[in-house]
Design a protein around this ligand. Structure first.
Ligand code: ATP
Length: 322
């Protein structure tokens, strides 16, 4: 949180939130504050409750217990006012391919009840905030995944909400697009927005978030600066973050998980991958299994050196990863 001596005001508050889906408790007493001028990364394994937390924060899911408020005003007191103060960016860009960037935003703006010169001004400002002004008239079908994701973010900015929520915004992005998206988020943070995003990647939280919160089985088990959470522990596991050429089918993911050794964890979100094991040797063997099973890695890095290497298509031997 650069540039501010005083603690920034809390924008979003989740207080002791519990969510159940039938018998299953998805969130169990989660309390979390997000301040204006900070980016908080919500981390945790598949099924730990990240998307559910965002849905509650966006006001699209009612918790069974606890409360959600923005700047001290509870959602239950005025749901419409709450909705105006929060912008949700879904994981999959919800855009019309045949329309231009500006036409997409105009369409969404009308859904929010905006019109006329106010709408035109807001569309221009939202495009500028994600650095897409010079692409305003271009058809979305020609956009890269990263540009679509930034346009998706612009749609959530039209009504200028103080709180921005992003569900796995980088899951389908290559490393360069991910950096551009984080540059947008950093500018929005510096303009005083409160940003809460979900990610599987502690390295991403380290690089782009002011604080990280870790969920495990519906409970918030740690929150702090990424550096605190990343401080090396004696029994640290070997971890590799990767970017896949294509999103693997669920059945393939299941088959691969079964072949990996005990103690090896594989998390896949979209095209992003996190692989961890007790030792570097086990990690190397697990990576060899993935490659032998046909998963194609475009790029990967290990958090210690934060060293990113791009793999050429012919790099399929495990030795390349060492
Ligand atoms: N609509 C639903 N009905 C029943 N159970 C659900 C539903 N949505 C989520 N769950 C369960 O609630 C728990 C939390 O799910 P959630 O999607 O919030 O986790 P997540 O951390 O976002 O996972 P992922 O990383 O896979 O997206 C999981 O056990 C999941 O199976």
């Amino acid at each position: 949180m650069p540039g501010f001596a005083m603690p920034l005001p809390v924008a979003l508050t989740l207080a002791d939130v519990t969510v159940r889906y039938g018998e299953r408790t998805a969130l169990d007493g989660v309390s979390l504050d997000v301040r204006r001028g900070e980016i908080v990364g919500l981390l945790g394994p598949n099924g730990s409750g990240k998307s559910t937390t965002l849905a509650v924060a966006a006001g699209v899911l009612d918790p069974a217990g606890g409360a959600v408020s923005i700047e001290g005003r509870a959602r239950t007191a005025d749901p419409a006012a709450f909705a105006r103060r929060v912008g949700l960016v879904p994981q999959e860009p919800a855009l019309y391919e045949e329309l231009s960037a500006a036409e997409n935003l105009t369409f969404f703006g009308r859904l929010y009840g905006l019109a006329g010169s106010d709408l035109r001004r807001r569309v221009a400002r939202a495009l500028a905030r994600v650095k897409l002004t010079d692409r305003a008239r271009q058809g979305v079908s020609t956009f890269s995944g990263g540009m679509k994701q930034r346009l998706n973010l612009a749609a959530a900015l039209l009504h200028d909400p103080p709180v921005l929520l992003l569900d796995e915004p980088t899951a389908a992005l290559d490393p360069a697009s991910r950096d551009s998206l984080f540059a947008d988020l950093t500018r929005l943070r510096d303009d005083g927005h409160a940003v809460l995003l979900t990610t599987h990647h502690l390295d991403e939280a380290e690089a782009g978030c002011d604080r990280a919160a870790i969920l495990e089985a519906g409970k918030l088990v740690a929150i702090g600066s990424p550096a605190e959470l990343l401080r090396p522990r004696p029994a640290e596991r070997a971890v590799l973050y990767g970017h896949l050429r294509a999103r693997p089918a669920k059945y393939l993911q299941r088959a691969i998980r079964q072949r990996l050794g005990a103690g090896v964890e594989l998390e896949i979100t979209g095209r992003r991958l996190r692989l961890s094991a007790g030792t570097g040797e086990q990690l190397g063997a697990a990576l060899a299994t993935l490659l032998a099973d046909g998963l194609e890695l475009e790029a990967y890095r290990t958090p210690a050196g934060a060293l990113e290497r791009r793999l050429r298509p012919e790099h399929t031997a495990a030795g390349d990863a060492a």
